[in-house]
Ligand binder design. Sequence first.
Ligand code: URA
Length: 203
Amino acid sequence: MSELTDLYAQIRVCPKCVLAKGRTNTVPGEGPENAEVMMIGEAPGFHEDREGRPFVGAAGKLLDELLAGINLKRDQIYICNVLKCRPPQNRDPFPEEMEACKTFLDQQIALIQPKVIITISRFAMARWFAEQKISAIHGKPKKVGALVVLPMYHPAAALHQPSLRRVLEEDFARVPQILTEMAHLSEEKPAPKAPPPQQLSMF
Ligand code: URA
């Protein structure tokens, strides 16, 4: 059993918060263990709770279209949520629920080791940029250690406010270039003498 499969098994029986009582299924996340891109949403909704898979409802359909726009398929990225169980009536996660679930997301990030994390919920964004507003930092990649974190609007927001679809398309369009730049940096051999600090042009 891989460590990720083992983690899914732990999530499936998690009793750590009140959401365990109301769930039909846990929604641990899915995608390849060696994915370069990881997306983190908020929490499962009605359809996700029924199927045990992330982003299978209307927001997921839009997510698939946005990915197709940059020639990525769902099965090439890793998708999960801050919470692994659905909050009643899709209300916002409570701090104690996020705290109870945090260790699962920590382990997913440590096991997948993505190059880029796209946060598509303010609760995921708050993990790195607690004081910031999504309207100010969406689409702006930030280096956090070896990782790039790219905050984006939630696809569901574009379902309510159609003008945001264009914004999401533009933000998604940055992903291929970020991956290319990161690949070039990791390919470069160390120079014999102290090199000037390397910088990704997008940051
Ligand atoms: N919204 C989310 O944030 N996550 C899902 O899995 C579905 C909808």
